[in-house]
Design a protein around this ligand. Structure first.
Ligand code: ATP
Ligand code: MG
Length: 331
């Protein structure tokens, strides 16, 4: 069964694209059939895989509006079982064009549904924003991988992100979105702040945190300029080995991981935020979601919607669900 995974964090520059490109490559190396959809008008994943955005070529924009079939948009990569659907600057205009069409939140899902059976993994490289594009991405995905930079404001960003996921789940997505896990990126082993932030997140983030930490690595930052994943640029670098391990962790989830169910996400957001249920803002109305989901009108949570209690992070229950990995996953 295929997994459609949005790689998302509303914060910019946290390694969403780097994670998409390199996870995809290592999953392909493991024999998985992989499709990466570049869903960011910046088109960094496309250029990082040697297909820089071209205005006169088909892109995910055309797929979104039914102007081209998926097969006509698919580009090859270095692996026969790893395909790319590139982005283009047209996608920036889609934000406005989508607003007045019916089922505007479901366009990417409708596109992916046509091809999901052909792949084991479909990654969506999301833009660093919260917009109608992002909502399309979150609605289309089954799961989310969250890259978290070892940075002072990361915890704050994570609590906002959990709220966004819950809002989309409650108001738009029928099936909900599972959290495959958060992955620490640009981790500096020698920097005390990196460790402090990782510890804070391990204590407070009530979902899976991948054991693999992606270190700062020159090879990872150089590889896109050659239009290649790091596996072809410097496969022995620490960054390359980290993404290889992360791919194995993701594969291990196929059989061992019980995902967090969507109904438990709001308590999770509260846990990170450390707020009471009265302080969590429910979604106001559809128009506001699309225009400014970040500032919903505060309203009290209706009675009878008490948050479901969940086992605290690191509890015995959580530990039973953890996949078994060797310690080499730590970097
Ligand atoms: P955006 O929000 O703009 O889409 P992003 O979250 O996709 O950004 P990337 O483009 O993947 O982030 O990474 C941001 C920058 O950091 C890039 O220049 C990338 O090469 C670099 N980078 C990412 N991960 C690492 C790493 N582990 N070590 C060193 N540099 C990294
Ligand atoms: Mg990006």
């Amino acid at each position: 069964m295929s997994r459609v995974i949005a790689v998302y964090n509303q914060k910019g520059g946290v390694a969403k694209t780097t994670t998409c490109v390199n996870l995809s490559a290592y999953l392909a190396l493991e024999g998985k059939k992989v499709l990466l959809i570049d869903f960011d008008p910046q088109a960094n994943a496309s250029s990082g895989l040697g297909h820089p955005a071209k205005l006169n070529e088909g892109s995910i924009y055309h797929g979104l509006f039914g102007l081209a079939e998926p097969e006509a948009l698919t580009k090859p990569t270095i692996f026969y079982n790893f395909h790319l659907i590139p982005s283009s600057q047209h996608l920036a205009g889609a934000l406005i064009e989508l607003v007045n069409i019916p089922e505007r939140e479901y366009k990417l899902k409708q596109f992916i549904d046509k091809i999901r059976d052909k792949y084991d993994y479909i990654f969506i490289d999301m833009p660093p924003s919260l917009s109608l594009l992002t909502i399309n991405g979150l609605v289309a995905a089954d799961e989310i991988v969250i890259p978290v930079q070892s940075h002072y404001f990361s915890m704050e960003g994570l609590s906002q992100l959990l709220e966004i996921i819950e809002l989309v789940h409650k108001n738009i997505s029928e099936k909900g979105l599972k959290i495959a896990g958060a992955v620490m990126t640009m981790f500096d082993e020698n920097e005390p702040l990196s460790h402090k932030i990782a510890d804070d997140i391990a204590t407070n983030f009530p979902h899976t945190i991948f054991k693999t930490r992606i270190p700062r690595s020159a090879a990872l930052s150089e590889a896109p300029s050659y239009g290649r994943p790091v596996i072809l640029h410097d496969p022995n670098s620490t960054g390359a080995r980290a993404y290889e391990h992360l791919a194995k962790e993701l594969i291990a989830q196929e059989t061992t991981r019980q995902f967090q169910m969507p109904s438990q996400m709001m308590p999770a957001a509260q846990a990170v935020h450390n707020v009471t249920s009265e302080q969590v803002h429910p979604l106001p109305n559809e128009a506001d979601i699309l225009i400014d989901i970040k500032v919903p009108t505060p309203q009290p949570v209706a009675s009878g919607e008490e948050p479901v209690q969940q086992a605290p992070f690191g509890s015995a229950q959580d530990k039973q669900e953890e996949p078994i990995h060797d310690d080499a996953f730590y970097f």
